[in-house]
Design a protein around this ligand. Sequence first.
Ligand SMILES: Nc1ncnc2c1ncn2[C@@H]1O[C@H](COP(=O)(O)OP(=O)(O)O)[C@@H](O)[C@H]1O
Ligand SMILES: [Mg+2]
Length: 354
Amino acid sequence: MAAPLAAPTDAAVLEALRAVRDPDLHQDIVSLGFVKDLRVCGGNVAFSIELTTPACPVKDLMKAQAEQAVRRLPGVGDVTVQMTARVTASRPLMGDKGMIPGVKNVIAVSSGKGGVGKSTIAVNLACALARAGAKVGILDADVYGPNVPLMLGVTGQPTTENKKIVPFEKYGLQVMSMALLVAEDQPVIWRGPMLHSAVRQFLFDVAWRDLDYLVVDLPPGTGDAQLSLSQQAHLMGAVIVTTPQDVSVLDVKKAIRMFQTVNVPVLGVVENMSWFTPPGSSERYHLFGQGGGQKIEREFGVPLLGQVPIEMAVREGGDSGRPITLAAPESASAKAMIDIAGRIAQRVSILNAE
Ligand SMILES: Nc1ncnc2c1ncn2[C@@H]1O[C@H](COP(=O)(O)OP(=O)(O)O)[C@@H](O)[C@H]1O
Ligand SMILES: [Mg+2]
């Protein structure tokens, strides 16, 4: 009878794991310091891999590769891999100016004009990131059309604690909106200076607790409100929402320019309302034209993060306060938004590592 194989050493396991590379950071997971809590007990091997985002699109692939690499070693019995994440923070080049307390990455969601689905995308991105296991907040800074609370079914007046505004909790998100500071039946007439100080208060006076990502729903357009926000707070990056037709492509160009002037990286463009597929059909009807997103990618070198089809359930999810990524994650539009969230998280990790 052959003698049982000796259990592998820690060093042998780590050596084997060097075969697994992070495709975004272009290094192996051992050099990156991602392998933690390695335990070899008899032939059984357990360890965790700590990624830079829980929403990593290649998480399952890396887990499978790691398992396989270790299983190939002689003398190995069970292999248990736990995937964890510690999200990296975006920092200004110098000092801490504009860092919002309690937030690692501020992601602004912007659009050239209203009605393109900016808030819908912002809310669903936040939900998708939270669903993946990240700690996420959403700030509704669209003073002219603050509809994030409605889309999440959040009502009531916020409370304060130690002179800070306490965000609401919904679906695991921390939620705050400009709308919640204004009585429902009052029109919002913000003048320039008032708007600036209100936005400022909003940014720095909310008691965000330990957020990986704060998604900010900006007012549409490229005016003062957007600029002042981009100058006062350190934004990790911006996501621009558009619809496929040509006019909105022009608006996107303006938005990209604006973020470039204030040195905020444009993480990419989301094309919303890209097509409609009637129930029972598989045909795609491009109601608002076609190719806008690709055109932006080609002409401005900004990645097209994804295309979201028109689905009745998206609007229903918004109206009922239960976003489609939570209500129907298997629907075509939810899947698109979940993919887009992963791609954004990936871009954040890459830029933060540079
Ligand atoms: N992909 C989509 N499919 C169906 N309805 C959508 C989609 N995206 C947005 N909507 C609906 O379009 C309307 C405008 O969206 P909204 O997110 O409020 O736009 P914005 O914030 O840009 O003004 C809302 O009623 C919303 O539910
Ligand atoms: Mg809106």
